[in-house]
Write a protein that binds this ligand. Structure first.
Ligand code: ADP
Ligand code: ASP
Ligand code: MG
Length: 454
């Protein structure tokens, strides 16, 4: 049994949904089909909710446009015998959504949970519609089995409860295709509607594939597969026919938007391969991601992650550098801050780390307190943060075997007038991470791609 996920890019229009229908209807056995909201809708729901709360949205006009987009798709594509039922269900959801926007314009505020509620309508509507378009499919409500828990003010999947509920919801072997919305969930304790984070439909599909021991996870999107770099920034991004789970995990954690980063771990753990395929070019072979890969080129891909912050711990770190490194890492991670890059410091030099920009100021505070004694005694002179940083990540399973790659890439950037703020070369088996100013990031990505990919 396969799990197929179609992103917003694949469920945006009548034309793309016709491709989705053809792809699923021609499968030889029933599959699980996970869909995102209609392309662009989630962004639009966020914008409308914010405007409504500020009193600035023409809610009737917005709702007219959102409604007609959904109703047009239903009229064009939903099978005749299901048209009335699907129209009714979607109209009920549209009415609720319009009422919530009106409520927001009255209370003039946008609580986090209300925004989550608003966002859920995208996938709730699209999944009902897609189930009505396919030849032989039933709809499943993800709010019944996807569960999250709070972790450092974020909602993260409650893996064990979700796993148990998924196995109760889907009885194997499937009799027909099962369609459900990605991204949406409920809090396991309060039962409020939550979500798995922007781009989270990929993760829904992975959790289902893992729980049901699917044979393959197919991510259908709008490009021919995983490319050597971001095609929106670099023109000559090339297709990667095969790669390993670890390589894809590294590239996605460092900004390759094609898969939402948490997606890979659950299927990796169960050794379920992922295929990245193009809804607009379904016969193209795509990218196959598994636990091994043929060819093993030196560098598999290069990605860029923006919105980062750099912290410099300045001083003559004469004490054990490995210990300073560990303390830095621990001080941040025990406060729920994900460290994106740690430089391998040499004795007597300063140490740099990169964190998400949103966590920069609290990271600086945590490190100032961690090193308060060293600051007092002068071994550490200062702990300073700098925003608007991007990381360029160069990834490949055998990257460690390429001698001098880090210095060579650094030199290429310096020669082209780009300041390398810090580089993590050798800390990871698979990745060289280079921090640059965000204003340099596109140029740095293109130069690094050209220098690293052969
Ligand atoms: P979906 O709506 O299908 O989830 P996304 O927009 O989330 O689609 O992800 C697909 C997009 O990711 C592509 O259109 C492409 O522009 C972008 N992208 C960024 N980096 C890469 C990469 N290395 N390989 C392929 N696509 C990438
Ligand atoms: N619709 C959600 C988003 O736009 C989830 C997804 O598309 O994966 O982020
Ligand atoms: Mg996506």
């Amino acid at each position: 049994m396969k799990v197929l996920k179609f992103g917003g890019t694949s469920v945006g229009t009548i034309e793309s949904l016709t491709n989705v229908k053809n792809i699923v209807d021609s499968l030889s056995e029933p599959a699980i089909v996970v869909v995102s909201a209609l392309g662009g809708l989630t962004d639009r729901l966020i914008a409308t909710a914010r405007m409504a709360a500020e009193g600035g949205a023409d809610i009737d006009e917005e709702m007219d446009q959102i409604s007609s987009r959904h109703i047009e798709i239903i009229s064009a594509l939903v099978k005749d015998e299901k048209k009335e039922e699907v129209t009714l269900k979607v109209k009920v959801l549209l009415k609720d959504l319009g009422d919530i926007f009106k409520g927001l314009s009255l209370i003039k505020s946008l609580p986090e949970r209300t925004l989550d509620l608003v966002l859920s309508y995208g996938e709730r509507m699209s999944s009902i519609i897609v189930a009505g378009i396919l030849n032989d499919a039933e709809h499943h409500d993800s709010l019944e089995f996807m569960r999250t828990e709070r972790w450092f003010n974020k909602d993260i999947a409650d893996r064990s409860l979700t796993d148990e509920l998924i196995r109760k919801e889907f009885l194997l072997p499937l009799k027909r295709h099962c369609v459900l919305g990605g991204f949406i969930s409920r809090d396991r304790d309060t039962y409020e509607i939550t979500n798995l984070g922007r781009g989270g439909s990929d993760y829904t599909a992975a959790l289902i594939a893992a729980s049901l021991n699917g044979e393959e996870l197919e991510i259908w999107t709008d490009v021919d597969g995983f490319l050597t770099t971001d095609p929106r920034i670099v023109n000559d991004a090339r297709l990667i026919p095969e790669m390993t789970f670890v390589e894809s995990m590294e590239l996605c954690s460092y900004g390759a938007k094609v898969i939402y980063p948490p997606t890979i771990y659950p299927v990796f753990h169960k050794n379920i391969p992922i295929r990245i395929l193009n809804t607009f070019n379904p016969s193209a072979p795509g990218t196959f991601i598994s636990d091994h890969s043929e060819g093993n080129p030196s560098v598999r891909g290069v990605s860029v992650l923006g919105k980062c912050g750099l912290i410099n711990i300045e001083g003559t770190l004469t004490s054990n550098v490995a210990e300073i490194n560990t303390r830095t890492y621990n001080a941040l991670s025990r406060n729920g801050i994900g460290v994106l890059l740690v430089e391998q410091p040499e004795e007597g030099s300063s140490l740099s780390v990169v964190v998400p920009e949103a966590d920069l100021s609290k990271s600086v505070k945590h490190l100032q307190s961690e090193f308060s004694q060293e600051l007092r005694e002068g071994e550490v002179k200062s702990v300073r943060g700098e925003g608007e940083i991007s990381i360029i990540a160069v990834v490949g399973e055998s990257i460690k075997r390429i001698t001098g790659l880090g210095p060579r890439l650094s030199n290429t950037l310096w020669r082209n007038g780009i300041e390398v703020k810090t580089i993590s070369d050798g800390a990871s088996e698979t990745t060289i991470a280079i921090a640059v100013a965000s204003s340099d990031s596109s140029k740095a990505l293109a130069l690094t791609h050209e220098a690293a990919i052969r």
